[in-house]
Write a protein that binds this ligand. Structure first.
Ligand code: SF4
Length: 415
């Protein structure tokens, strides 16, 4: 079989440092028939520390890996090692465990490799560069793309506007350059990207080819700078509706669900409903979500000023550039959204992360979020990236009233 050619975001490192956070963090691992059979054939018993009756739980028409009562994987031993890996080797583990935290998405003739930032090593940029590992990752790539046709069409540029891969890549490179521009505050980079895309839609260009296409695109984005600058100065106050929508998105991204939660459906639903009501009202205290996100007052979180330091700015820039370059923000990589809506979803994710960084900072008794708060916020928010609700309806509401732009620039959510 011909292996696909892979590509990886520049400037992102990752190696597994064996912290076992992923195995303790409530990941819901769906098993395909081959994974399930392999585990059954491994003949686990209670004397191995694994209860065969609870090692897999029904999920829809298939199964998931079981969890221990604290949300850790049923195969995690007390020393923090995977029992399957220890006894049978890496290849004997379920496919999602072998892939984590790397992601694989079609990118024209290549496969774009990315990394999930709920892994502490990815957030800290520790290990070998992703680009140096591409040859080693090639053999597993076809399994990662299981079920996808050999040739996946490019994500739409805008709702109802199809394009080809070369044009998609051109626009993607332009957006990546906008987000990478470290001489411009990150908040303004989002506005520039949004206005550039609006100008592109207005121009109504079809697929672009030829040497002049990049220059044309750059000209369209440059032409949008004036409207972007006036949008920043006229940002105004955030509406109450926007604050509520943002908090709902925060909850959707920050929640954790274990297999035990799903088994105790009534209790889990009640806790989720209670948290949803708390986040809807935004009064009183947040729930305690653990791992540094304690019970604190909503008012303290939303009245905290959250500017970024050069370190947190660099971290956020790297995170968003990885999402862009690994095509993990649109198309099959994210709710099948067009590139435009996927970019807006990233802008909303920036607001979600900043909210969580404030929450983490308040929990730690700080008056402003520092880079550590942003690291924890990114880990928390990225856990559910692509697995939560499709944010398209929320984005439409926020864009209609100009609130998404305000969310990008406002440093305090309430006075
Ligand atoms: S969280 Fe990341 S570094 Fe830790 S064990 Fe999992 S993959 Fe390795």
């Amino acid at each position: 079989m011909k292996l696909p050619v892979l590509e990886a975001p520049a400037g992102q490192n990752w190696s597994c440092h064996g912290c076992s956070k992923c195995c303790r963090g409530g990941l819901l691992i769906t098993l395909d028939a081959a994974d399930r059979q392999r585990i059954l054939d491994q003949n686990w018993s209670t004397t191995d520390g694994v209860d065969p009756a609870s090692m897999m739980v029904p999920h829809g028409r298939g199964h998931r890996l079981g969890h221990q009562p604290d949300g850790a994987c049923v195969f995690l031993d007390p020393a923090g090692r995977c029992r399957i890996h220890a006894r049978f080797g890496e290849a004997a583990k379920p496919l999602p465990c072998r892939l984590y935290p790397l992601t694989y998405h079609p990118s024209g003739p290549r496969i774009a490799v990315g990394v999930r930032f709920d892994c502490p090593s990815a957030v800290a940029n520790r290990g070998a560069t992703l680009s140096s590992q591409l040859e080693a990752l090639r053999p597993i790539a076809p399994s990662a793309l299981q079920g996808m046709p050999e040739s996946v069409p490019a994500p739409m540029l805008f709702a109802g506007v199809s394009t080809d891969w070369p044009t998609f890549h051109r626009v993607l490179r332009r957006l990546d350059a906008v987000i990478a521009a470290s001489d411009v505050p990150l908040s303004q980079r989002w506005i520039r990207g949004m206005h550039g895309l609006a100008a592109l839609r207005k121009a109504g260009l079809g697929p672009m080819s030829g040497r002049d296409a990049d220059t044309l695109l750059e000209g369209i984005f440059r032409g949008a700078l004036t409207s972007a600058a006036s949008a920043v100065t006229g940002s105004g106050n955030l509406t109450v509706v926007a604050r509520v929508l943002l908090r709902q998105q925060v909850l959707d991204q920050a929640r954790r669900t274990t297999v035990h939660d799903l088994e105790q459906k009534g209790r889990h639903r009640w806790l989720l409903l209670k948290a949803a009501i708390q986040f809807l009202s935004g009064s009183g205290n947040t729930p305690d979500l653990g791992a540094g996100f304690s019970k604190v007052s909503f008012n303290a979180v939303e009245s905290m000023t959250a500017g970024t330091s050069p370190e947190s700015d660099a971290l956020l820039t790297r995170y968003f550039r990885v999402k862009l370059q690994s095509v993990a923000f649109c198309g099959v990589g994210y709710h099948n959204l067009p590139l435009h809506e996927g970019f807006l979803a990233l802008a909303l994710q920036q607001a979600v992360i900043t909210w969580l960084a404030r929450w983490h900072a308040v929990s730690a008794g700080r008056s402003r979020p520092v880079v550590e708060d942003f690291e924890q916020a990114i880990q928390r928010a990225d856990h559910n990236w692509g697995h939560g609700r499709n944010p398209a309806p929320v984005l439409r509401l926020l864009v209609q009233k100009g609130d998404l732009e305000r969310l990008c620039v406002i440093q305090r959510l309430r006075s």
